[in-house]
Design a protein around this ligand. Structure first.
Ligand SMILES: CC(C)(COP(=O)(O)OP(=O)(O)OC[C@H]1O[C@@H](n2cnc3c(N)ncnc32)[C@H](O)[C@@H]1OP(=O)(O)O)[C@@H](O)C(=O)NCCC(=O)NCCS
Length: 173
């Protein structure tokens, strides 16, 4: 039976092995091992009979926003509910942390739409822009779709940096 649990350091090699082929194919952002170790407490894994078959992370910006990242299921384990279980588990963690909006940036919007996420405007999520997009080579040619579940934050607790003009990026129609 597939179940989810919080990740621990020994899971990192398995998480990396699942994410890397998708990163090589351009589906997911690469997550180097050192970065995975540093952020392993953000991760949940799905396991089947004790074997890690999927992973996903919840990055916390504050109670106004969290981001689901690096959702991936090993190719041989796709289509058996692990992806949904991971999203449910991360949404449960967001709720436990009193987060009112969960966002994500994806090249697989159909999957998340199926799970109730709605397309959003990236400009409405400046936390993400300051954290990742400003250092990304694809800043002005981003092909990821921004999606949210919950109430998009009306402000970002003062995190918006007035030195950076927004919008920085436009979603493709
Ligand atoms: C997207 C991904 C995580 C789905 O994982 P999965 O374990 O195969 O998904 P599940 O079996 O839990 O599917 C849950 C539901 O979503 C649907 N679904 C799965 N993939 C889908 C897709 N690409 N588009 C639309 N719906 C999809 C399933 O049909 C299922 O529907 P149901 O519960 O109503 O029957 C997996 O295909 C994957 O790892 N893809 C590569 C990495 C990636 O694209 N990650 C997401 C972008 S950040």
């Amino acid at each position: 039976m597939i179940r989810t649990r919080t990740a621990v350091l020994p899971d990192v090699e398995h998480i990396h092995a699942i994410i890397q082929p998708y990163a090589d194919a351009g589906t997911l952002l690469p997550r180097p091992v050192a970065e995975l170790c540093e952020n392993v407490r953000d991760f949940m894994v799905a396991e089947d009979d004790g074997r890690v078959i999927g992973c996903g992370a919840l990055h916390l910006y504050g109670t106004h926003l969290a981001e689901i990242r690096s959702i991936a299921v090993a190719p041989a384990a796709k289509g058996r509910g692990a992806g949904r279980l991971l999203v449910d588990a991360l949404m449960g963690e967001a709720k436990r942390q009193s987060v009112s909006c969960v966002c994500l940036f994806t090249r697989t919007p159909e999957f998340f739409a199926h799970l109730g996420f709605e397309v959003a405007r990236r400009q409405e999520l400046p936390d993400k822009i300051y954290k990742d997009c400003v250092c990304c080579p694809h800043l002005s040619s981003c092909d990821e779709v921004a999606m949210v579940k919950g109430q998009i934050p009306a402000n970002t607790n003062g995190l918006r940096d007035p030195r950076i003009a927004i919008p920085l990026v436009q979603l493709k129609p």
